[in-house]
Design a protein. Sequence first.
Length: 200
Amino acid sequence: MGGIELRGGTLTVEREPNRLDELAIGFSEILDQFDIEHVYIAGYVSILAGRARSTEDVDVLIEQIDEETADELAETLTESGFWGPAMPLTSMYEMLDNGDNIWVAPEDQITPHLEVKFARDEFDHASLEKAIAARIGDETLPIGPLELQIGYKLHLGAQKDIEDAVHLYTLFEESLSVARLEEWVTRLDVKDEYERLKRA
């Protein structure tokens, strides 16, 4: 495994992009064509940071877009060899507008897939607005700020989420902003969980 380093707001991952990364990179390139703000969050960030666990989905938040843009995006994705394994991509706007996720995957495959959702609450918007860069080889992806990722994982509280939080915290303890982490911990109401994490 190559090195992984968090410095000056950039997560550098020294390895060749894998299937999950290729999926995220390809999707980002299309979103960038439309200037759609987006950010990768959740389990994928832990995997980028070297946590060995399998995942079937790559979670990505996008800014709210209008129906016309969503339709054009769906068309471009289809032309670029993507499909909707759970729901046709033409239903993208309706699904996202309802607060549902839409799955996007390379044609003929179901896993791994992207799980795309509109940024809705303050935490989603903070992930978008305060995104940091992850560099994998020559590629760069926007990912959620790690302090918020850790707080949110503690808030979700399932075993794998706690393990993700412990992984991120342990790996980047020296580089994280304690002030920002504590702010999210407070806002997400996970102070007890955070105290346990620090002792882990």
